[in-house]
Design a protein around this ligand. Structure first.
Ligand code: ARG
Length: 273
């Protein structure tokens, strides 16, 4: 089987000021040690992996005092040249929103401001012509209607039920335009039924994979970059014909983040690509 990789444009933020100073999800323990230098080296390896795959990586300047700013996926949602800025649930991350907004503006994207809590691509994933939008912990359900209005893609609400999988991108990975991998137990019964209906061929991950944030992965249609510890998931993906690349982000996982959290997809307009 051959699969086509599409080259991607990503936005990332070097973890210069990364730390676990507060706890806003169950992964975060401010009393546990974090190796800040190792965090930077692991992040550099992720960035280099994207470059080696032929993707483009743009960088936003990190801001002192914003330790979670490395999680660029939460900086916005960018589709068809439109950038929707974010509004964080937690005050500790609030100041990241204007920093990312300014970056989108300077980069020439058409800007939209959120009316409700919206944590960007952490909770908003484009699969083909559908937007899957998570709610339950962070992004407000009300923001889903605004996403549909701004982007013009049908938005399908996904109810998250396990606090460890608080963002949609910790429970579900987009593999290509038609397929996803996900942890069924992270979703409400109704959302599980919707996922089965939309993606009958989806890869089902195990709790062991999800507990190492294995679903926080980045696919380009052919390759899947995922946490190195998610070995069962990697084997299942290889059986489906994907090439897997394991990355160790042990230090960033202490904040509840993996490869996808560090990576915001920048999508230009369809016509211009
Ligand atoms: N500590 C961050 C938070 O709780 C981690 C964000 C991870 N990002 C993601 N896209 N899942 O907000």
């Amino acid at each position: 089987m051959t699969m086509d990789a599409t080259s991607q444009r990503f936005l990332m933020c070097r973890p210069t000021y990364f730390a676990v100073d507060y706890a806003i999800n169950p992964w975060m323990d401010p009393s546990a040690p974090v190796d800040a230098d190792l965090a930077i080296r692991q992040w550099e390896q992720l960035r280099q992996t994207y470059l080696d795959l032929g993707h483009t990586v743009e960088l936003i300047d990190p801001v002192a005092g914003l330790p979670d700013m490395v999680f660029a996926a939460n900086g916005g949602t960018v589709i068809d040249g439109k950038a929707m800025a974010v509004q964080f649930r937690d005050p500790q991350r609030a100041d990241e929103a204007p920093a990312y907004r300014a970056w989108f503006e300077a980069a020439g994207f058409e800007l939209y401001d959120p009316k409700h809590v919206n944590e960007g691509e952490g909770d908003v994933l484009l699969v083909g012509d559908y937007l899957l939008a998570g709610t339950g912990f962070r992004t407000a359900h009300a923001s889903h209607a605004q996403l549909q209005e701004v982007f013009g893609y049908p938005v399908i609400t996904m109810q998250l039920v396990d606090p460890r999988f608080y963002h949609l991108d910790t429970a579900l990975t987009v593999l290509d335009e038609r397929t996803v991998a996900y942890l069924p137990e992270a979703f409400s019964p109704g959302s599980q039924a919707v996922l089965r209906r939309l993606f009958p061929d989806a890869v089902h991950a195990t709790m062991a994979d999800a507990e190492v944030l294995g679903l926080n992965a980045v696919g380009d249609g052919r390759h899947v970059v995922l946490p190195a510890q998610a070995t069962d998931l990697a084997a299942k993906l290889r059986d489906r014909g994907y090439e897997t690349i394991g990355i160790d982000l042990s230090e960033l996982r202490k904040a509840g983040g993996g490869p996808k959290c560090c990576t915001l997809r920048l999508r230009q307009g369809k016509a211009s690509k």
